[in-house]
Design a protein around this ligand. Structure first.
Ligand SMILES: [Zn+2]
Length: 1377
């Protein structure tokens, strides 16, 4: 779905905002009108084929005839065909002559058996199948008399002698097709699942079709002056409710027979309200049936239960409708809940008649689904139909379980035997689980339907029902009766039930109910929408899945002479999220306004317009926040939701008057209106939809002003505004800095930054209204570690940079996302370096580069410029390639072109594309123009190819040989080659050279290169060959500015190691050499022994960035060793401890006065590593200091940067038998107020070596104690020993996890963090199999990349196992300390 094919650009004209559409008076406090005055670039959709012609009409009645007249017309032509029916004994000998008129009030044959209605099939057969199909198809459901019920439309087969005027009918429920399809795809991997929804309300239930027949027949009897004293039923809910409603309307007395133990007032509300007489005795169902028999023997009461065989005639019409629904193709399976066993027979009879009369050539296989605590038919089926025993139903909280209507058992058996049917059963837990799953797809069901769905799930899982089998589940849902059991389930308040799919109820205050409502008005230019040549005209726009509740639209062309309002037809496709508005006449040429009123949902998935909660003085309150990037503006309002379709937005919101409402632009006016206020915002400049934002909630704020007078505010939770000071200061400085750097002022009058309590990403750069995770915006002197502080500055400067890169100049399509993210990442370091030069932040930029190199070494990586085909896959592009590789290649280019040329070019680029969109090539051409260097050719290899090169470098005499090939962690090499800007130096940073490697191989003569330089000649004299070899180290990729790896030959490697020992290399180059060696080792190109020996060289290292990388490598090597050489793991850990002791002793545990930011950051990492590797002294210290902290949270013995290590020691000494540590940490967590402290604890808790504790922590993560957004911290900490448990837990809870967290950025973290700790091919296979049926475009790439990582490590393990004398080396290194 590329932008250009959907909507092509054309001229744009801005119009003033149209008059607001009048509000719906019923809308009260949940009203959020959003008005946009926009001029998206819209052109006529010339590709649209003429709207498909109307479906072929079959026997449709003339437009001027109403359905009553049609009925008369039909009755005059059909009534004299002699269609008739009678009661005969059920399943009787064909020769029997016993029969009764349908007009008799009779329920049993003379022998006492059931009756059956037998039609005069010969009379019906005079008409062929085609005739009946056409007749039934012509009687479609209508909302006018006689309501087009199934009974009406099939009356020749149901009540053949009845007069049309006697039919008393109701509109039957329809199929909930969309929900069924979603359920099939989401939970069962089925593509042809349907649900026949036979009872959405009491007045439209499935049984009503049966009752329609009965009540219609009563009408006929009354007309014939037969004595009927009343209509009765035995029902606990829907039947009695519907029956009493009919009877009240028809003026017929009604009577409800009930066993006393089944009476609940809730179920009787409707019968009593309808004046029914409720007769109950203290008995069970059988006793009740006895009562009914006795009463009906005395009085002519017309029964509406299964004893009345005529009832089935109505119910069978549901079967015929199923066939009609599929245009008379027979489904493979029909699954019927088996509470009322009469239903099974009714369906059978409906299908069978269609077969016999030639409408279809076969019947579907029927499945009867029974609840396990009242399952006589199931037991009967299991015994091979051998023995039948009545079952006394167990009491049940769900009251889903009817007794199984024992009078109908013979009919049900008959139906199942003759349809090759199956009986399944469902326990209460299974049916409640199925019900909750179904509800989550929007398919509102009751436990009866839960029973049917359980049967479907079981038959699907056992393979009896195939993925492509067309299957219809009959739903008898009705809402009232089971409300309480659903509430109990979702509250997890049912004893002994796991309630796996519970979605616990959230207390919502009245201000944020279910949905937001709005009005959108788009000003459209004439050429944009209207093409006089095509009639009809259609408009396509995006309208999201979750938002789709309802919408109405009109189009107004406001040209003075010819004002015209037209209402288009609309259709909507869920997969593509496209709303199509179709006009049946050409719109007149001229400007027009498209008005759309709509409602959407305040969801809880942290995307679109979502609801999140926060605590205010111990009270849980809600707020509403938008997160539209990448493609979720459409969840809030219908729009052209693509970055290139910029528009201006004028937003108005109605909110509770005590709340703060923020949007992209400043407020121009507020109007108080009772408890509500209407807030009007200024019109925005041209911007993309993904940057539109609204935040409504309770906040405190602080503010400051930039040198230019731009007002900057930070909105914090109430009472915490001091924590916003640091970020405010950074933002104000960043705005001034970027203005200078781009020579372009900030475009809006204000910038707000808001801390959001629940947020899926880190922060979002909405134009003028940046939203942040609390940890990324709030700074707490006591609880923010140095790493937290640094992260805050990077994030704030990143988001502020987006106000230029992204918001002012926007990428044309998501393929160019890196233009946003790569640049914002790169420039956030540039800004941080200006604001905090002492942090040496550019050295830490290498962390970004490494992240990019690691991901891009996967075969499943992707180019920086990546094709994005589906809106749902956009989220996956927000990955290390766009951010880390993107920013790294920018740094490489900047280094190649020089800083000032680069800055000048960016400034021209900003001016040229302000308020517009740009592609990658646009940037390259500006850079080429300004620098005079042809940037395109070089950079294309970096942005259009995936992967990057490894340079193999050899030295022979004075010749350096370079060979490039694609580097892959798998150890394979790809074919691509790159234009690589290479820097290197020879023996000293003073002797450096730069050249472009444009081919696969190249050679450099060092003698030629350096000989002429002054002072070098002695190095190149022949006699000094030896000296040259020994001392002249060569470092390629100086400062690691290039995005590639280097593999040196043995000689060069040895010289570099010596150079490190002699402290000749810069920190960045030490980092680079170590990092490259690690990557080559993982890929099998360097042995682990060589890597370990190199690591040993770093034992006296003190530089922060080098040590941080060394520590990470230690973790990775420790993990792989535990699989590859488990016997050496302890030695390995001892070696790592030896490596770190030197720095640990210098750093200590406590903050030193005047110490640097980097020392504080390093302390956290070093102590944490020593704690993890089990260093005894660190453990002792940690325990002592932790105790001090417990008694005094302000103690200087455990400053914030040392806490992680202490917590690690505590959790590592915790196990199922000694749970104290966990309990204590949980208490600290619960008491903690600062988000940084909570986050720190979450990260530590799952690192316990006891898998049972890991499991406990994972379950804790799902509880209300942990916000959804914070799951990522727990996952990142899972211990190696806990990985198997975590994987099992993940599989078991997949549906729940998907439901609670995804599809979103969060779900990707689950996948990566739980899968990637494994390192065997068997596990990779298992993971692949698990996801085979669960893939979704929103995380598919994540899964395949994670599996690739597992396979890479599996190969690495094999390589390590083959290394001779490795264990011996590890032993020696362990003792070397
Ligand atoms: Zn960003």
């Amino acid at each position: 779905m590329a932008a250009s094919t959907l909507l092509q650009s054309s001229s744009v004209s801005l119009r003033s905002n149209p008059k607001p559409t009048p509000r719906n008076p019923r809308i009260s406090r949940h009203y959020f009108p959003i008005k946009a005055s926009t001029s998206p670039d819209i052109s006529p959709n010339t590709n649209t084929s003429p709207i498909s012609s109307q479906p072929v009409l079959k026997h449709r009645r003339p437009a001027d005839e109403n359905i009553r007249e049609e009925a008369r017309r039909h009755s005059s032509t059909h009534n004299h065909h002699g269609f008739s029916a009678k009661y005969v004994p059920f399943n009787a000998d064909p020769c029997t002559t016993e029969s009764y008129s349908l007009d008799e009030i009779v329920y049993r044959s003379r022998s006492g058996g059931l009756l059956d209605v037998q039609h005069d099939m010969d009379a019906l057969k005079k008409y062929d199948g085609q005739y009946w199909r056409s007749l039934f198809d012509s009687r479609v459901g209508k909302t006018t008399w006689p309501y087009g019920s199934g009974v009406w439309s099939k009356k020749e087969w149901v009540l053949p002698e009845i007069d049309s005027d006697d039919i008393v009918s109701a509109f039957e429920g329809n199929s909930n097709l969309f929900w069924a399809e979603r359920y099939g795809k989401q939970f069962l991997d089925m593509n042809d699942l349907w649900v026949k929804h036979c009872g959405i309300s009491h007045t439209g239930s499935f049984k009503d079709l049966g009752m329609t027949v009965l009540v219609s027949q009563v009408n006929r009897l009354r007309k014939m002056n037969r004595p009927v004293v009343g209509v009765g039923c035995a029902s606990t809910g829907d039947t009695s409710a519907a029956l009493s409603a009919y009877c009240a309307a028809a003026g017929i007395p009604s009577i409800v027979f009930l066993p006393a133990n089944r009476i609940s007032l809730a179920q009787l509300v409707q019968p009593i309200a309808n004046g029914a007489f409720v007769l109950s005795i203290d008995t069970d169902f059988d006793g009740c049936m006895q009562l009914i028999r006795e009463v009906t023997a005395e009085l002519p009461i017309y029964l509406a239960n299964s004893l009345n065989s005529l009832r089935l005639e109505g119910q069978k019409t549901a079967a015929i409708e199923i066939l009609q629904q599929f245009d008379w193709e027979v489904p493979d399976w029909v699954i019927v809940p088996g509470g009322n066993l009469g239903n099974i027979y009714a369906f059978y009879k409906g299908f069978k008649m269609c077969e016999e009369l030639g409408l279809v050539d076969r019947i579907p296989r029927l499945v009867c689904a029974q609840a396990a605590n009242a399952n006589p038919l199931y037991l009967h089926y299991q015994s091979g139909w051998a023995e039948f025993k009545p079952v006394k139903a167990n009491t049940t909280f769900a009251s889903a379980i009817q007794i199984g209507d024992p009078v109908s058992i013979d009919r049900a058996v008959f139906a199942l035997k003759n349809s090759n049917g199956i009986v399944e059963e469902a326990t209460e837990e299974e049916l409640m689980d199925a019900m909750a799953q179904a509800d989550s797809t929007g398919m509102f069901i009751c436990p009866h339907t839960g029973v049917a769905l359980t049967a479907l799930i079981k038959l699907r899982n056992s393979g009896v029902i195939g993925p492509t089998d067309r299957t219809v589940v009959v739903s008898t849902a009705h809402g009232l009766k089971f409300t309480q059991s659903k509430i109990d389930y979702h509250s997890k308040e049912i004893a002994d039930m796991a309630c796996r799919f519970a979605n616990p109820p959230v207390q919502v205050d009245a201000d944020f109910g279910g949905c937001h409502l709005g009005v959108m008005a788009y000003n459209l230019t004439s050429q944009a929408v209207i093409d006089g040549g095509i009639n009809p005209v259609s408009i396509q726009m995006q309208w999201g899945v979750a938002a789709q509740a309802h919408q109405q639209q009109q189009y107004r062309s406001p040209t003075p002479r010819n004002e015209n309002i037209v209402r288009p037809m609309s259709s909507w496709t869920a997969d593509d999220e496209i709303l199509v508005l179709v006009f049946d006449e050409a719109l007149s040429v001229g400007d027009g306004v498209l008005g759309i009123s709509f409602s959407g949902i305040f969801n809880q998935h942290l995307k679109g317009f979502y609801k999140c909660s926060f605590m205010d003085g111990g009270v849980k309150k809600n707020m509403a926040v938008t997160q539209f990037e990448a493609a979720d503006a459409r969840r809030c309002f219908p729009c052209w939701d693509e970055p290139a379709l910029k528009a201006t937005f004028k937003i108005t919101v109605d909110v509770p008057s005590e709340l703060t409402a923020l949007s992209n632009m400043p407020v121009i006016h507020e109007k108080l209106n009772g408890h509500l206020k209407t807030v009007y915002f200024e019109e925005s400049p041209m911007m993309s939809t993904y940057l539109v934002a609204v935040v409504v909630g309770l906040f405190d704020h602080i503010e400051d002003t930039t040198a230019d007078g731009i007002k900057v505010r930070v909105y914090c939770p109430v009472g915490k505004k001091d924590k916003g000071k640091f970020a405010l200061n950074v933002a104000v400085k960043a705005l001034d800095l970027y203005k200078k750097y781009f020579s372009m002022p900030y475009a809006l009058p204000k910038l707000d930054m808001v801390a959001i309590p629940e947020f899926s990403g880190g922060a979002m750069e909405n134009y003028g209204l940046i939203t942040y995770r609390e940890t990324e915006l709030l700074h707490d002197d006591l609880h923010s570690a140095a790493a937290n502080k640094q992260r805050l500055v990077i994030v704030v400067t990143h988001e502020v940079a987006h106000q230029w890169f992204g918001n002012l100049v926007t990428m044309e399509w998501w393929t160019h996302l890196w233009l946003n993210e790569g640049f914002a990442t790169w420039i956030s370091y540039l800004a941080t370096d200006c604001l905090f030069p002492e942090w040496k932040i550019w050295t830490q930029f290498l962390g970004e580069t490494t992240g990019g190199l690691r991901m891009d070494a996967l075969e499943t990586s992707h180019p920086i410029e990546v094709e994005v085909h589906h809106a749902r896959s956009v989220d996956e592009v927000f990955d290390a390639i766009s951010y880390k590789k993107g920013s790294s290649v920018i740094r490489m280019l900047q280094d190649y072109l020089c800083d000032d040329i680069f800055q000048r070019s960016l400034s021209s680029y900003m001016k040229k594309y302000a308020y517009k969109n740009a592609k990658t090539e646009d940037l390259w051409s500006v850079l080429s123009e300004e620098s005079g260097v042809q940037v395109n050719a070089m950079m294309d290899t970096w942005t259009k190819l995936k992967g990057y090169p490894v340079l193999s470098v050899k030295s022979e005499d004075y010749i350096l040989e370079f060979e490039q090939s694609q580097f892959l962690s798998s150890g394979l090499h790809g074919d691509s080659h790159w234009i690589v800007p290479i820097t290197f130096c020879l023996g000293s940073y003073d002797k450096r050279k730069t050249f472009l490697l444009e081919t696969k191989h190249d050679r450099l003569d060092l003698y030629e290169l350096f000989h002429s330089s002054e002072g070098n000649s002695s190095l190149f004299e022949e006699k000094n060959q030896e000296k040259f070899d020994e001392h002249l180290w060569v470092k390629i990729n100086i400062g690691q500015t290039g995005f590639y790896r280097v593999k040196y030959d043995e000689r060069l490697t040895a010289r570099l190691r010596n150079a490190i020992e002699d402290n000749c290399l810069s920190a960045m180059d030490k980092f680079g050499f170590l990092d490259d060696t690690y990557a080559l080792c993982e890929a099998g190109e360097v042995s682990l022994s060589s890597l370990l020996s190199l690591m040993h060289v770093y034992r006296k290292e003190l530089d922060c960035i080098v040590l941080l990388r060394l520590i990470d490598i230690c973790y990775d090597v420790a993990k792989i060793s535990s699989d590859a050489i488990p016997n050496s793991v302890n030695d390995m850990k001892q070696f790592f401890i030896n490596l770190l002791l030197f720095s640990a002793e210098r750093l200590g545990w406590e903050t030193m006065s005047g110490e640097s930011h980097l020392s504080a950051m390093l302390r956290e990492a070093v102590l944490m590593a020593l704690a993890t590797f089990g260093h005894d002294k660190t453990h002792e210290e940690a325990m002592k200091r932790f105790q001090a902290y417990l008694s005094d949270r302000n103690t200087s013995l455990l400053p914030v940067d040392s806490r992680k290590a202490a917590y690690t020691v505590v959790i590592r000494n915790t196990s199922t038998v000694n749970r104290n540590g966990l309990e204590t940490l949980l208490n600290v967590y619960k008491e903690a107020d600062a988000v940084q402290e909570k986050t720190r604890l979450l990260y530590i808790m799952a690192s316990c070596p006891d898998p049972n504790i890991v499991l406990e922590v994972l379950n804790f993560m799902l509880s209300d104690e942990v916000r959804d957004q914070d799951a990522v911290y727990v996952l990142a900490g899972i211990s190696l020993q806990g990985r198997e448990t975590a994987w099992r837990w993940f599989k078991e809870n997949w549906d729940l996890i998907l439901n609670k967290y995804g599809p979103s950025l969060l779900i990707m973290r689950f996948i990566t963090d739980i899968i990637t700790p494994f390192c065997s091919h068997e596990k990779a296979d298992e993971i692949e199999a698990f996801f085979a049926s669960r893939m979704d475009p929103s995380f598919a790439m994540n899964v395949t990349q994670s599996i690739e990582r597992v396979r890479i490590k599996a190969r690495w393990v094999e390589n390590i196992r083959q290394e001779e004398s490795l264990q011996e080396l590890v032993r020696r290194l362990a003792c070397s300390g």
